[in-house]
Ligand binder design. Sequence first.
Ligand code: SAM
Length: 217
Amino acid sequence: GAGATTRIAARLAAPGHAVGVDISAPLLERARASTAAEGVANAAYECADAQVHPFPADAYDVVVSRGGVMFFEDHAAAFRNLARALRPGGRLAFVCPQPPGPHSPEARTLALFARLVDEEPGAEAVAARTAMASLSDPDRVREVLAGYEEVTVEPVTVEAVWGRDVPDAVEFLLSRYPGGALPASRLAELEAALRPYATDRGVRMRAGVWLVTAVRP
Ligand SMILES: C[S@@+](CC[C@H](N)C(=O)[O-])C[C@H]1O[C@@H](n2cnc3c(N)ncnc32)[C@H](O)[C@@H]1O
């Protein structure tokens, strides 16, 4: 992403260091700029596909991801690649979405967004939505982490920030679903659905995620 989790990791790891990986060059440009502006000297970034990138073997103590790994196309192979990068005894931790509760504000908003997007052409948007749910089943999580030990999958409820304000939250939603550009009338409908959750600390909705941890043998 734009490096928020990498900067947190770098601060916790000092005097060690953190490497942020993303396939999006524009996001990494933002990440590098924020990291320099905040004076975090022990974080670096690599533009790479984490599923197949030839990370140095046995090189890292910890792999963390906040809402990234469910986008992998071949989860089992990707987690094997990340295990190779971890030293023996190294730890993996990530969060990914739980299936949204049927009546939660998040589920209602995402369902509305899905409906608006589905009414527009854009197979990529549908694929991205499928990816969001790809690790929502804990059994599936355990299956793709077959090479790891001590796998735990714990439910956590978080207050997710969708954006600084309503337009920012809409932009975030659209960016999560590439190809999901919407005409003005549909954008207005989405803005109206998000408005009740706008606070002076951003657009906030409670959401359920899985916190998954594992150890490389
Ligand atoms: C929802 S964002 C989360 C970003 C960040 N972890 C955060 O919490 O701010 C998901 C990110 O995963 C990246 N991504 C998706 N597939 C990837 C892959 N195979 N390798 C590296 N990054 C990937 C996307 O480009 C996107 O920036």
